[in-house]
Design a protein around this ligand. Structure first.
Ligand code: B16
Ligand code: MG
Length: 219
């Protein structure tokens, strides 16, 4: 029996990727590293500090800043981001997500979140979904980011679920790897060519359905 379903946030529950993009772009312009949407794809699901490192490398400036300066740049990006996410509402929940959460609750299965974002709690509150979650892992307590399974294992532990009785839902390749290494059942949302290592791949959140997923799990 399934004990918990553990969700990623950005790309699964809502599309904050656009806001992350705008915030990084603004910071990039401030330090003379312009980049486009295509490069931004490589930042999805990646933690704040790691994203900054990738941007600096992209601009050939990885050796130009001290670690204190890097902390300040990351904080500045977050200020831009926090400003943008103030306008998030229930309308920003991806299609099919809330009815899926309802199905899980009614089935008596725990719901947890394993996001790399330190703003996950705030965003979930803004989306009006906070009441569905039994636990949201505080990203600040996670030492090793995805693809490491740490965040998913922490989420399972918090809701007293056994990893092999958990389902993880992710939109990023690193996230699917994290779920696999946690020995959970991975459901990927997106492109099969990117998420082929997931046990089940759905094209969009509209296809999220508890019955179908439980069937695939038991098969
Ligand atoms: P923050 P997820 C990730 O969310 C985003 O995809 C990624 O772009 C972002 O850098 C990361 O959270 C950290 O976010 O700066 O708010 O702590 O996909 O793991 O839900
Ligand atoms: Mg994601």
């Amino acid at each position: 029996n399934i004990e918990a379903i553990i969700f990623d946030l950005d790309g699964v529950i809502t599309d904050t990727a656009e806001y992350h993009y705008l915030a990084w772009k603004k910071l990039g312009e401030e330090i003379g590293i312009p980049f486009d949407r295509e490069f931004n794809e490589t930042l999805k699901g990646i933690s704040r500090m790691e994203s900054l490192e990738r941007i600096l490398e992209h601009g050939g400036r990885q050796n130009d800043f001290t670690s204190a300066e890097k902390e300040a740049l990351a904080a500045k990006k977050n200020d831009h981001y926090v400003q943008l996410i103030q306008s998030i509402t229930e309308k920003d929940v991806l299609p099919g997500v809330e009815s899926f959460l309802k199905q899980i609750k009614e089935a008596g299965i725990k719901i947890a979140m394993a996001s790399a974002s330190k703003n996950a709690f705030f965003v979930t509150e803004k989306l009006g979904l906070i009441q569905y979650f039994d636990h949201i892992v505080d990203a600040a307590t996670v030492i090793r980011s995805k693809p490491d399974p740490e965040v998913f294992l922490k989420a399972a532990k918090a809701v007293a679920a056994t990893p092999d009785r958990c389902i993880g839902v992710e939109d990023a390749a690193a996230g699917v790897s994290a779920i696999n290494d946690a020995e959970m059942f991975a459901v990927g949302i997106g492109d099969r060519s990117v998420l082929g290592h997931a046990k089940m791949v759905l094209h969009s959140t509209k296809e999220l359905n508890l019955e179908t997923i439980l069937y695939a799990y038991t098969k």
